[in-house]
Design a protein. Sequence first.
Length: 268
Amino acid sequence: MDEIQRLINNLREIPAMPNVVMQAINLVKDPNASVKDLADIISYDQSLSAKVLTLVNSAYYGFSQQITSINRALALIGMAKAKNLIITIAMRPMFTKQSDKELWKHSIRVAVGCEYFAKHKNIMNSDEAFVLGFMHDVGKMIFNMKDPMFYENIKERVEAGERPIDLENEYFGCNHTQTGIILAKKWQLPVVISNVMKYHHEPSESSMVMACSLVNAVDLLVQDNYKLEDIDLEISNTLGIDFSSSKAEVFRDEILEEADSLFERLST
Protein backbone atom coordinates (compact mmCIF):
# COMPACT_ATOMS: atom_id res chain seq x y z
CA MET A 1 0.00 0.00 0.00
CA ASP A 2 2.97 2.32 0.62
CA GLU A 3 3.95 1.93 -3.05
CA ILE A 4 0.43 2.85 -4.17
CA GLN A 5 0.29 5.88 -1.92
CA ARG A 6 3.71 7.00 -3.13
CA LEU A 7 2.60 6.62 -6.74
CA ILE A 8 -0.55 8.65 -6.16
CA ASN A 9 1.21 11.30 -4.06
CA ASN A 10 3.62 11.91 -6.94
CA LEU A 11 0.78 12.74 -9.32
CA ARG A 12 -0.10 16.40 -9.59
CA GLU A 13 -3.84 16.00 -9.68
CA ILE A 14 -6.20 13.07 -9.17
CA PRO A 15 -9.40 13.64 -11.19
CA ALA A 16 -12.55 14.51 -9.28
CA MET A 17 -15.66 12.46 -9.91
CA PRO A 18 -18.23 14.68 -11.68
CA ASN A 19 -21.02 15.53 -9.25
CA VAL A 20 -23.66 14.59 -11.81
CA VAL A 21 -22.26 11.04 -11.92
CA MET A 22 -22.52 10.63 -8.15
CA GLN A 23 -26.09 11.90 -8.21
CA ALA A 24 -27.02 9.54 -11.05
CA ILE A 25 -25.41 6.58 -9.25
CA ASN A 26 -27.35 7.43 -6.09
CA LEU A 27 -30.62 7.41 -8.04
CA VAL A 28 -30.07 3.68 -8.70
CA LYS A 29 -30.63 3.01 -5.01
CA ASP A 30 -33.81 5.12 -4.82
CA PRO A 31 -36.91 3.11 -5.83
CA ASN A 32 -38.96 6.32 -5.94
CA ALA A 33 -36.64 8.14 -8.34
CA SER A 34 -38.23 9.34 -11.58
CA VAL A 35 -37.16 10.52 -15.01
CA LYS A 36 -37.90 14.06 -13.84
CA ASP A 37 -35.36 13.62 -11.01
CA LEU A 38 -32.78 12.60 -13.59
CA ALA A 39 -33.68 15.51 -15.85
CA ASP A 40 -33.28 17.90 -12.92
CA ILE A 41 -29.76 16.58 -12.31
CA ILE A 42 -28.51 17.46 -15.77
CA SER A 43 -30.60 20.56 -16.45
CA TYR A 44 -27.84 22.78 -15.03
CA ASP A 45 -25.17 21.27 -17.29
CA GLN A 46 -25.66 22.69 -20.78
CA SER A 47 -22.89 20.63 -22.36
CA LEU A 48 -24.25 17.38 -20.94
CA SER A 49 -27.81 18.27 -21.90
CA ALA A 50 -26.73 19.04 -25.48
CA LYS A 51 -24.84 15.75 -25.77
CA VAL A 52 -27.82 13.76 -24.50
CA LEU A 53 -30.15 15.45 -27.00
CA THR A 54 -27.67 14.92 -29.86
CA LEU A 55 -27.41 11.21 -29.10
CA VAL A 56 -31.15 10.71 -28.59
CA ASN A 57 -31.79 12.36 -31.97
CA SER A 58 -29.18 10.20 -33.72
CA ALA A 59 -29.71 7.03 -35.74
CA TYR A 60 -28.61 5.04 -32.69
CA TYR A 61 -32.12 5.46 -31.23
CA GLY A 62 -33.99 6.08 -34.47
CA PHE A 63 -36.89 8.21 -33.24
CA SER A 64 -38.99 9.60 -36.11
CA GLN A 65 -39.49 13.06 -34.59
CA GLN A 66 -36.92 15.63 -33.43
CA ILE A 67 -36.61 15.58 -29.62
CA THR A 68 -35.91 19.02 -28.16
CA SER A 69 -36.78 18.54 -24.48
CA ILE A 70 -34.52 16.78 -21.97
CA ASN A 71 -37.57 15.51 -20.07
CA ARG A 72 -39.00 14.09 -23.28
CA ALA A 73 -35.68 12.59 -24.32
CA LEU A 74 -35.17 10.80 -21.02
CA ALA A 75 -38.76 9.60 -20.92
CA LEU A 76 -38.41 8.07 -24.39
CA ILE A 77 -35.24 6.10 -23.69
CA GLY A 78 -36.30 5.14 -20.17
CA MET A 79 -34.91 5.66 -16.69
CA ALA A 80 -32.24 2.94 -16.84
CA LYS A 81 -30.82 3.86 -20.24
CA ALA A 82 -30.95 7.56 -19.40
CA LYS A 83 -29.02 7.15 -16.15
CA ASN A 84 -26.37 4.97 -17.79
CA LEU A 85 -26.04 7.40 -20.68
CA ILE A 86 -25.55 10.34 -18.32
CA ILE A 87 -22.84 8.54 -16.35
CA THR A 88 -21.01 7.56 -19.55
CA ILE A 89 -21.16 11.05 -21.08
CA ALA A 90 -20.34 12.91 -17.87
CA MET A 91 -17.20 10.85 -17.28
CA ARG A 92 -15.91 11.32 -20.83
CA PRO A 93 -13.80 14.43 -19.98
CA MET A 94 -11.86 12.31 -17.48
CA PHE A 95 -10.57 10.19 -20.38
CA THR A 96 -8.59 12.75 -22.35
CA LYS A 97 -5.39 10.99 -23.47
CA GLN A 98 -5.30 8.43 -26.29
CA SER A 99 -4.63 5.73 -23.70
CA ASP A 100 -7.67 6.92 -21.75
CA LYS A 101 -9.77 6.72 -24.91
CA GLU A 102 -8.96 3.01 -25.22
CA LEU A 103 -9.91 2.56 -21.56
CA TRP A 104 -13.18 4.44 -22.11
CA LYS A 105 -14.02 2.23 -25.09
CA HIS A 106 -13.28 -0.93 -23.10
CA SER A 107 -15.34 0.38 -20.17
CA ILE A 108 -18.33 0.95 -22.45
CA ARG A 109 -17.97 -2.56 -23.88
CA VAL A 110 -17.90 -4.16 -20.44
CA ALA A 111 -20.79 -1.98 -19.26
CA VAL A 112 -22.98 -2.95 -22.21
CA GLY A 113 -21.99 -6.61 -21.80
CA CYS A 114 -22.79 -6.68 -18.09
CA GLU A 115 -26.16 -5.04 -18.77
CA TYR A 116 -26.80 -7.57 -21.57
CA PHE A 117 -26.25 -10.66 -19.41
CA ALA A 118 -27.93 -9.16 -16.34
CA LYS A 119 -31.04 -8.57 -18.42
CA HIS A 120 -31.12 -11.74 -20.53
CA LYS A 121 -29.89 -14.17 -17.86
CA ASN A 122 -31.57 -12.46 -14.90
CA ILE A 123 -28.28 -12.33 -12.99
CA MET A 124 -28.76 -9.00 -11.22
CA ASN A 125 -30.25 -5.55 -11.68
CA SER A 126 -29.25 -4.53 -15.21
CA ASP A 127 -28.97 -0.81 -14.33
CA GLU A 128 -26.46 -1.58 -11.60
CA ALA A 129 -24.66 -4.07 -13.85
CA PHE A 130 -23.99 -1.35 -16.44
CA VAL A 131 -22.43 0.94 -13.83
CA LEU A 132 -20.29 -1.88 -12.39
CA GLY A 133 -18.99 -2.75 -15.85
CA PHE A 134 -18.26 0.86 -16.69
CA MET A 135 -16.40 1.60 -13.47
CA HIS A 136 -14.43 -1.63 -12.95
CA ASP A 137 -11.13 -0.50 -14.50
CA VAL A 138 -10.97 3.18 -13.53
CA GLY A 139 -7.90 2.45 -11.41
CA LYS A 140 -6.01 2.28 -14.71
CA MET A 141 -6.44 6.04 -15.04
CA ILE A 142 -3.71 6.42 -12.41
CA PHE A 143 -1.25 4.46 -14.56
CA ASN A 144 -2.24 6.42 -17.67
CA MET A 145 -1.44 9.61 -15.77
CA LYS A 146 1.91 8.22 -14.63
CA ASP A 147 2.91 6.70 -17.98
CA PRO A 148 0.52 7.32 -20.92
CA MET A 149 2.37 4.78 -23.10
CA PHE A 150 2.41 1.91 -20.59
CA TYR A 151 -0.52 -0.09 -21.97
CA GLU A 152 0.61 0.51 -25.55
CA ASN A 153 4.12 -0.67 -24.68
CA ILE A 154 2.95 -3.95 -23.13
CA LYS A 155 0.65 -4.97 -26.01
CA GLU A 156 3.07 -7.52 -27.45
CA ARG A 157 3.58 -9.18 -24.08
CA VAL A 158 -0.19 -9.30 -23.51
CA GLU A 159 -0.73 -10.80 -26.97
CA ALA A 160 1.89 -13.41 -26.06
CA GLY A 161 -0.26 -14.45 -23.09
CA GLU A 162 0.87 -12.32 -20.16
CA ARG A 163 -1.77 -10.62 -18.00
CA PRO A 164 -1.84 -6.80 -17.87
CA ILE A 165 -2.39 -6.91 -14.11
CA ASP A 166 0.87 -8.86 -13.64
CA LEU A 167 2.74 -6.36 -15.82
CA GLU A 168 1.30 -3.49 -13.78
CA ASN A 169 2.69 -5.09 -10.63
CA GLU A 170 6.05 -5.58 -12.33
CA TYR A 171 6.30 -2.00 -13.61
CA PHE A 172 4.53 0.07 -10.94
CA GLY A 173 4.75 -2.17 -7.88
CA CYS A 174 0.94 -2.28 -7.66
CA ASN A 175 -2.04 -2.88 -9.95
CA HIS A 176 -5.24 -1.18 -11.07
CA THR A 177 -7.46 -2.97 -8.54
CA GLN A 178 -5.41 -1.37 -5.77
CA THR A 179 -5.36 2.11 -7.29
CA GLY A 180 -9.07 1.67 -8.02
CA ILE A 181 -9.78 1.28 -4.31
CA ILE A 182 -7.94 4.54 -3.61
CA LEU A 183 -10.15 6.31 -6.16
CA ALA A 184 -13.28 4.61 -4.81
CA LYS A 185 -12.53 5.98 -1.34
CA LYS A 186 -11.69 9.44 -2.70
CA TRP A 187 -14.93 9.52 -4.68
CA GLN A 188 -16.97 7.84 -1.90
CA LEU A 189 -18.40 5.27 -4.30
CA PRO A 190 -21.02 2.72 -3.15
CA VAL A 191 -19.64 -0.48 -1.62
CA VAL A 192 -20.71 -2.71 -4.51
CA ILE A 193 -18.76 -0.59 -7.03
CA SER A 194 -15.60 -0.48 -4.93
CA ASN A 195 -15.92 -4.23 -4.29
CA VAL A 196 -16.06 -4.97 -8.03
CA MET A 197 -13.15 -2.61 -8.68
CA LYS A 198 -11.10 -4.56 -6.13
CA TYR A 199 -12.11 -8.16 -6.86
CA HIS A 200 -13.11 -8.41 -10.53
CA HIS A 201 -9.94 -10.44 -11.23
CA GLU A 202 -10.50 -12.67 -8.16
CA PRO A 203 -14.30 -13.00 -7.77
CA SER A 204 -14.06 -15.90 -5.32
CA GLU A 205 -12.38 -13.60 -2.79
CA SER A 206 -15.30 -11.17 -2.86
CA SER A 207 -18.40 -11.14 -0.67
CA MET A 208 -20.26 -10.15 -3.86
CA VAL A 209 -19.30 -13.13 -6.01
CA MET A 210 -22.06 -12.80 -8.61
CA ALA A 211 -21.33 -9.16 -9.46
CA CYS A 212 -17.57 -9.72 -9.60
CA SER A 213 -17.97 -12.89 -11.67
CA LEU A 214 -20.15 -11.07 -14.19
CA VAL A 215 -17.60 -8.29 -14.66
CA ASN A 216 -14.75 -10.82 -14.80
CA ALA A 217 -16.43 -12.82 -17.57
CA VAL A 218 -17.47 -9.84 -19.70
CA ASP A 219 -14.06 -8.19 -19.23
CA LEU A 220 -12.50 -11.24 -20.91
CA LEU A 221 -15.28 -11.76 -23.47
CA VAL A 222 -14.90 -8.32 -25.07
CA GLN A 223 -11.10 -8.42 -25.36
CA ASP A 224 -9.78 -8.20 -28.93
CA ASN A 225 -7.78 -11.41 -28.46
CA TYR A 226 -10.61 -13.34 -26.73
CA LYS A 227 -10.56 -17.15 -26.96
CA LEU A 228 -13.37 -19.50 -25.91
CA GLU A 229 -11.27 -21.06 -23.15
CA ASP A 230 -10.38 -17.72 -21.52
CA ILE A 231 -13.30 -17.67 -19.07
CA ASP A 232 -12.88 -19.92 -16.06
CA LEU A 233 -15.34 -22.81 -15.74
CA GLU A 234 -16.11 -21.83 -12.15
CA ILE A 235 -17.12 -18.35 -13.35
CA SER A 236 -19.36 -19.88 -16.02
CA ASN A 237 -21.02 -22.13 -13.46
CA THR A 238 -21.55 -19.25 -11.03
CA LEU A 239 -23.28 -17.21 -13.73
CA GLY A 240 -25.07 -20.15 -15.34
CA ILE A 241 -23.71 -19.19 -18.77
CA ASP A 242 -21.83 -21.52 -21.12
CA PHE A 243 -18.97 -19.46 -22.50
CA SER A 244 -17.24 -22.47 -24.03
CA SER A 245 -19.73 -22.97 -26.86
CA SER A 246 -20.32 -21.14 -30.12
CA LYS A 247 -23.10 -19.24 -28.34
CA ALA A 248 -20.42 -17.17 -26.64
CA GLU A 249 -19.41 -15.79 -30.03
CA VAL A 250 -23.02 -14.77 -30.66
CA PHE A 251 -23.18 -13.03 -27.28
CA ARG A 252 -19.89 -11.30 -28.01
CA ASP A 253 -20.92 -10.08 -31.46
CA GLU A 254 -24.20 -8.63 -30.17
CA ILE A 255 -22.48 -6.88 -27.26
CA LEU A 256 -19.69 -5.41 -29.38
CA GLU A 257 -22.10 -4.18 -32.05
CA GLU A 258 -24.18 -2.25 -29.51
CA ALA A 259 -21.21 -1.04 -27.46
CA ASP A 260 -19.12 0.15 -30.40
CA SER A 261 -22.12 1.93 -31.90
CA LEU A 262 -22.63 3.74 -28.59
CA PHE A 263 -18.91 4.55 -28.39
CA GLU A 264 -18.89 6.05 -31.87
CA ARG A 265 -21.94 8.20 -31.14
CA LEU A 266 -20.45 9.45 -27.88
CA SER A 267 -17.11 10.20 -29.54
CA THR A 268 -18.48 12.61 -32.12
